[in-house]
Design a protein around this ligand. Sequence first.
Ligand SMILES: CC(C)(COP(=O)(O)OP(=O)(O)OC[C@H]1O[C@@H](n2cnc3c(N)ncnc32)[C@H](O)[C@@H]1OP(=O)(O)O)[C@@H](O)C(=O)NCCC(=O)NCCS
Length: 191
Amino acid sequence: MVSLDYYHHYPAQYEEWLTAGQERVFLRPVKPTDGPLILDIFSKLSPQSIFYRFLSHMEKLRPEQVYHLVHIDYVTEFALASVIEEGGEERIVGVCRAIAASDQSRAELTIVLRDDWQGRGIGKVMVKKVVMVMYRHGISRIEILLDSRNDKMKKLFMSLGYPYIYEESILDICDRMEIEIWPEKEGIIWQ
Ligand SMILES: CC(C)(COP(=O)(O)OP(=O)(O)OC[C@H]1O[C@@H](n2cnc3c(N)ncnc32)[C@H](O)[C@@H]1OP(=O)(O)O)[C@@H](O)C(=O)NCCC(=O)NCCS
């Protein structure tokens, strides 16, 4: 397990350029200054993407929610953003986040891409990277809570190639999937 002291600074080693079709996307950990960019992506999400990401109907993010989304310790909580330049300004078009359970036995992963940036292969890359970071921090079980109609996320999670379990109707609210990372497959998620 990596100590908190070691990683409490912004982990620039996870910055990376990605090519998605004709576009270049910069992957980087979320920063405390990202509040305006988080509000911007939220304002551009469809109601369905908001519901699939937060499992509730939300019209806006409260300031304290934004604060928590951008202030992370990069160890027990890690979030990776996909960043582009649009109209001369920096924009976040996707965020993938994992939060470890208090006993560190597993982490819950969430992800959302702006609707016009979905289906370009970016989500899968982001999930692989965040899973890898949590694995490095000693967490080999990753769970997602998802709407039962969310076939895209189900397929994405299954396509990572790890053994998984699927549970329907947790508390009648959502389904749950969990994958277990194999050490010998770590080479694959590093790609
Ligand atoms: C689900 C989501 C994160 C996927 O990200 P994405 O960038 O659109 O997905 P990708 O282009 O990387 O595709 C990854 C995999 O998803 C699946 N997928 C993608 N588009 C799909 C579609 N239209 N129908 C079914 N499966 C699809 C495929 O398995 C694909 O893998 P493949 O390309 O190897 O076949 C994104 O669509 C999203 O933000 N949805 C709204 C929020 C949400 O559902 N979050 C998940 C809650 S945990």
